[in-house]
Design a protein around this ligand. Structure first.
Ligand code: GLA
Length: 393
């Protein structure tokens, strides 16, 4: 769906859902992560980009203290008073947008600056697919409110607000990767995220010029990071860092691994090996992109998958199969993307091989008795922004 189509759909939905015309409309894209997985909460490095699939929110101010959020994907709107928005009080999917609102408290926006509003959401980011449908919702609303309330927050403050809401209100102990990618994305660029310094650097990524596409294979296996596996991996990394007397695993280089592993249990040592190796692979990928060595980049993606599968143990049979089938059909590299336990894989593919890769993945899934995957290609697009500002009414 084009941005224009999605905005039109949002305006149609808003006309039904809101008590009148929208005051502001904003877009928040999904993201894929090229490489750098489970590094963000270890103060590490990642290289995601924002994609064309997005959430669009239409917001209308109210004169009372009610907040009403609705979505074309969920039947019942959620209505709460502003003073009810806090951890433990927000039901279901509304925890993402209203968690982001709550997260603004930590960005220095006190409750007396909040005003009642209605927000209606439409989205073509598949949910539970590892493409950050939740960060798309959070960031679309955050940029809309930032604009409407004249907050003047920078992208780091908005990203932190989204992450805080996700952690405390939605109960998912995630890092800041998704919001940072969604807010900082730029057409034809990947976003190099340094979660320790907070620095964000745009890295040119013109796949089409090199005759390449990035294919996404949505396995249809839905995941949620508010349940066990993600939190257990994070706890393992934090335990290892504490045992090694470090603030975070970012302090370790590949050359320190042997000595560090000797001080850790076997499982924690494997988790650490993934994180440290993955940080190094992110930097190598940036170097490979710099010299246009896309074969090297593909190899690094595949190495990342192997590490996530064997050392970090966050892959699943469907993701492994998507990667294997893509590689066998000629992909330059392939890996799971996002937190894992389901969701999507990505494959770096020559345009001419795209059809063969898609067919190979589909028939491999069919042979194994897995449900049909969704396969589509993505490219780096612009990050979250207001698309119809308040003063254009
Ligand atoms: C999810 C989280 C991110 C990050 C990735 C794994 O997408 O939301 O913060 O930890 O998993 O890299």
């Amino acid at each position: 769906m084009t941005v224009r189509d999605l905005i039109d759909r949002a305006l149609r939905h808003a006309a039904l859902a809101l008590g009148g015309k929208a005051d502001v409309v904003a877009r928040g894209p999904g993201r894929v992560n090229l490489i750098g997985e489970h590094t963000d909460y270890n103060s590490g490095l990642a290289l995601p980009f924002a994609i064309g699939q997005a959430t669009v929110v239409a917001v209308r101010e109210r004169t009372d203290d009610l907040v009403i959020v609705s979505s074309d994907q969920f039947n019942e709107p959620v209505r709460l008073r502003l003073d009810q928005i806090r951890p433990g009080q927000v039901p279901g999917w509304a925890a993402y947008p209203l968690g982001a609102l709550w997260g603004l408290l930590g960005a220095g926006v006190p409750r007396d600056r909040w005003r009642g509003f209605e927000a209606s959401f439409v989205s073509d980011v598949p949910s539970g697919a590892g493409l950050s449908s939740s960060a798309a919702i959070e960031c679309a609303l955050l940029v809309a409110l930032d604009h409407l309330w004249g907050l003047g927050l920078d992208s780091a403050a908005l990203a932190a607000a989204g992450q805080r809401g996700e952690n405390d209100v939605a109960g998912a102990p995630t890092g800041v990767l998704d919001q940072t990618a969604v807010l900082n994305g730029r057409r034809e660029h990947a976003v190099l995220v340094d979660a320790r310094s907070g620095d964000v650097e745009l890295v040119p990524l013109r796949l089409a010029c090199a005759g390449l596409v990035l294919a996404v294979v949505d396995t249809g296996v839905s995941h949620a990071h508010s349940t066990g596996g993600y939190a257990a991996r994070r706890a393992s990394c934090e335990r290892a860092a504490a045992q090694l007397g470090m603030e975070s695993l970012r302090e370790l280089g590949v050359e320190d691994l042997a000595a560090a592993s000797a001080q850790l249990g076997a499982e924690d040592a494997r988790r650490v090996r993934h994180v440290v190796g993955e940080n190094a692979r992110v930097l190598e990928t940036v170097n490979a992109l710099g010299v246009g060595d896309l074969d090297r980049m593909g190899g690094l993606m595949t190495a990342s998958h192997v590490s996530l599968r064997d050392d970090f143990e966050v892959s699943c049979s469907e993701l492994d199969l998507a990667v294997e089938a893509s590689l066998a059909a000629g992909a330059l590299g392939a890996r799971m993307t996002g937190g894992g336990f389901g969701g999507s894989a990505i494959a770096l593919v020559r345009e001419a091989d795209l059809e063969a890769v898609e067919t190979a993945v589909r028939s491999a899934f069919d042979r194994r008795g897995f449900g049909p995957p969704r396969v589509f290609s993505v490219q780096p697009e612009d990050g979250a922004a207001v698309v119809i500002p308040a003063d254009s009414r």
